[in-house]
Design a protein around this ligand. Sequence first.
Ligand SMILES: Nc1ncnc2c1ncn2[C@@H]1O[C@H](COP(=O)(O)OP(=O)(O)O)[C@@H](O)[C@H]1O
Ligand SMILES: [Mg+2]
Length: 290
Amino acid sequence: MSDASLKRPGPQQRAAGPGQAAHAPDRAQPARAGHGTGAQAVPVPAIDIEARQVAKRFGDTQIFSDVSFRLERGRATALVGANGAGKSTLLRCLMGLIPVSGGEVRLLQQTATQARPAALRALRARVGLVSQKHNIVPRMSVLSNVLHGLLGQQGGPRHWSHVLAPAQSRAQAMQALEKVGLAHLALRRADRLSGGQSQRVAIARAIVSRPEVLFADEPCASLDPQAGEDVMDLFFDLARRDGVTVVFTSHNIDHALRYGDRVLGLADGRMRLDATASSLHESDLRGLYD
Ligand SMILES: Nc1ncnc2c1ncn2[C@@H]1O[C@H](COP(=O)(O)OP(=O)(O)O)[C@@H](O)[C@H]1O
Ligand SMILES: [Mg+2]
């Protein structure tokens, strides 16, 4: 199946936040296809994430192998598969959180699989993650929890608590809370929030550093259906507004097709599906990945 019918034109230029300009000057330069043929040059979307024959084993257990794909900037890709298929493991490999057993991952034009620790930290600071379990620190304020999203870029204890945080960081965290509609709860203790509110705090924490790539691992799996829909709508609104590249896992076929531009399916240790969401129907996936 081809990618030619992807729904949206990819944003060639992303509105860079003040924190991005320094590390991403090249991101506004689309690559060009064709050399000196006289034909009009066609802009080729930049590739933010590339897996090249990636394999992962835990001990003697092969989780997947020969996984290859290229994900374009500004697109949302759904990664589907049955429970235990390896979706979370693949996400962690793409982020450089765990080593691959074979192959190579390129993230934001850098080889994540061979990066030195400092380079990997710098790379991860350009990436956000929303997990199924929001991992909010319960006894701290909502605002402090959002500030934790800046720790990757601006380490040090001052970003642990809103009391110590520099004014500019606090303002940035408040902006992120405004985006998820929770500015009025900034000083509330995080363990006083509902599940849906907690997940919105986790989204604010993931976007506060203005990441170029967002990973989401079953971002609404622990929520009731209505709160889950609200969280998905909010997450994808924010990601699309900023032209962020998104990879999310889901075992909800409807979500995969609705929020993804492209759907990748893991089964039997291989990537068995790679298709545009618009070319698929629920019935193509039902049973296989539910
Ligand atoms: N750290 C680990 N050590 C050993 N096995 C693991 C580890 N993490 C995951 N697995 C195994 O890898 C397989 C894939 O897990 P996972 O990526 O969580 O699947 P999914 O997210 O698709 O449900 C499962 O069989 C799981 O038990
Ligand atoms: Mg998982």
